[in-house]
Write a protein that binds this ligand. Structure first.
Ligand code: GLN
Length: 450
């Protein structure tokens, strides 16, 4: 994999940091323990992985795609990082991402865009474009991403790979640099559903270091993926969300989606139509809640504690202002300003309060739909991968990428994107969604479909 990275990553630019020698050393340690019979029991022991650069790692830099963290070395490992190490998984390096996970194309990385291996003039999606591209370019067999509004599932759809957003609280956020804490969730990225399931069981589960971590067993997703692989979905009720797909979706994506529904039926699934009338307000609510949390979370980058410091003037406030001015990119600044406004006295009820109410209505829509269906389906994204540069100056066009993925984050439930063929030569994703801790059903359907 290191050879493959050396051969293609000048073009793809999936990685911000490649571990090189130290990755080889850690792999040979696992090798030796496999030979000696003392290796970790994980079936993934010895398998290498690409880690999104938003997880802290003591032995590698961690930038979250931002200049403000350039050169910073974290003093501790994220729980995800330490669980990977404990399973004997070698971390190949850290992958490129939109700055602080805000974006849908990886063009908002301070370190230059990642290219889609299917067509290097196009984006791989974002914010986790580096992780998805590393899989599609065969630079890594496994990767980790984070999904706040779609950053695992949308890049998976754009690169023909598998990406999972677990139930909120299913994977620890300790050591995951926060974007929006009530939405952020780490999850597995892979080229097959079974690989994603194996990785899910390595990183998932209760962590006392994360106060929102769920104290319950990890759903048996490996068993579910294996049972789905038989291709029999008899008795499974698949909810087709009336408000997702159709108008606003690229014709090729819509055609792939309709073919996917027919295939699910052939596999024995029973299709039931469900309605989620409040999903149409999901984007508007998300773009109030997320910036509000961002404006608070990113206050910690004060020039004193981490990374960059621009020594511009006498006072702490001037140093802080100059550092944030130089260290944050335009999209991050836009969201900090929006969030600060939405949370200000006098506006809180009109914006943030209303958005929280919409969030509750969306969760109720899901609950009603899951009373009728075991899983829900939709296209993962309205379009296939778009050309680099096309949406970079049009925030609203960029935000529309996450139309179909955002409701799941707002409700704290689970979703997976699985490849469903090509439209005009580019990959399309099918999204399968499940209730909180209902991942087994979702993995079963995705594995049967794959
Ligand atoms: N693209 C969405 C945004 O810009 C989602 C990002 C994410 O999931 N981290 O907020």
């Amino acid at each position: 994999h290191l050879d493959r990275i050396a051969a293609v990553d000048d073009t793809v630019h999936a990685f911000l940091h490649v571990a090189g020698e130290s990755a080889l050393e850690s792999a040979s340690l696992v090798d030796a323990s496999l030979d000696a019979g003392t290796a970790p029991a994980s079936p993934l022991a010895g398998v290498p992985l690409a880690l999104k650069d938003v997880f802290t790692t003591t032995d590698m830099p961690t930038t979250a795609g931002s200049r403000i963290l350039e050169g910073w070395r974290p003093p501790y490992d994220a729980t995800v990082t330490s669980r990977l190490r404990a399973a004997g998984i070698t971390i190949l390096g850290k992958t490129n991402m939109d700055e602080f996970a805000m974006g849908s194309s990886t063009e908002y990385s301070a370190y230059g865009p990642t290219r889609n291996p299917w067509d290097t003039a196009r984006v791989p999606g974002g914010s986790g474009g580096g992780s998805a591209a590393s899989l599609a370019a065969f630079e890594a067999p496994l990767a980790i991403g984070t999904d706040t509004g779609g950053s695992i599932r949308q890049p998976a759809a754009f690169t023909g790979t598998v990406g999972v957003k677990p139930t909120y609280g299913g994977v620890s956020r300790y050591g995951l640099i926060a974007c929006a804490s009530s939405l952020d969730q780490a999850g597995p990225c892979a080229r097959t559903v079974l690989d994603a399931a194996l990785l899910h069981e390595v990183i998932g589960g209760y962590d006392p270091m994360d106060s929102t971590s769920i104290d319950a067993p990890v759903p048996s997703v490996v068993e579910a993926a294996r049972s789905g692989a038989t291709g029999d979905l008899t008795g499974v009720r698949v909810g087709v969300v009336r408000e997702m797909g159709g108008e606003g979706y690229q014709p090729g994506v819509q055609a792939s989606y309709e073919a996917a529904l027919r295939r699910l039926e052939k596999l024995g699934a029973e299709l039931v139509e469900v309605s989620c009338p409040h999903f149409q307000y999901g984007m508007a609510a998300y773009y109030l809640i997320l910036p509000s949390e961002v404006s608070s979370n990113l206050a910690r980058f004060d020039a004193m504690r981490y990374g960059l410091r621009v020594d511009s003037g006498a006072g702490a406030e001037e140093v802080m202002a100059a550092t944030r001015e130089a260290g944050f990119g335009p999209e991050v600044k836009r969201r900090i300003i929006l969030g600060t406004y939405a949370l200000s006295a006098g506006y809180y009820d009109a914006y943030y309060g209303q958005a929280q109410k919409v969030r509750t209505l969306i969760a109720r829509d899901f609950a009603a739909a899951y009373a009728k269906a075991d899983v829900l389906v939709s296209p993962t994204t309205p379009t296939t991968a778009f050309p680099i540069g096309e949406k970079v100056d049009d925030p609203l066009a960029m935000y529309l990428n996450d139309l179909a993925t955002i409701p799941t984050n707002l409700a704290g439930t689970a979703g997976i994107s699985v490849p469903t063929g090509l439209a005009d030569g580019l990959p399309v994703g099918l999204q399968v969604m499940a209730p909180a801790l209902g991942e087994a059903a979702m993995y079963r359907v995705a594995a049967a479909y794959e």
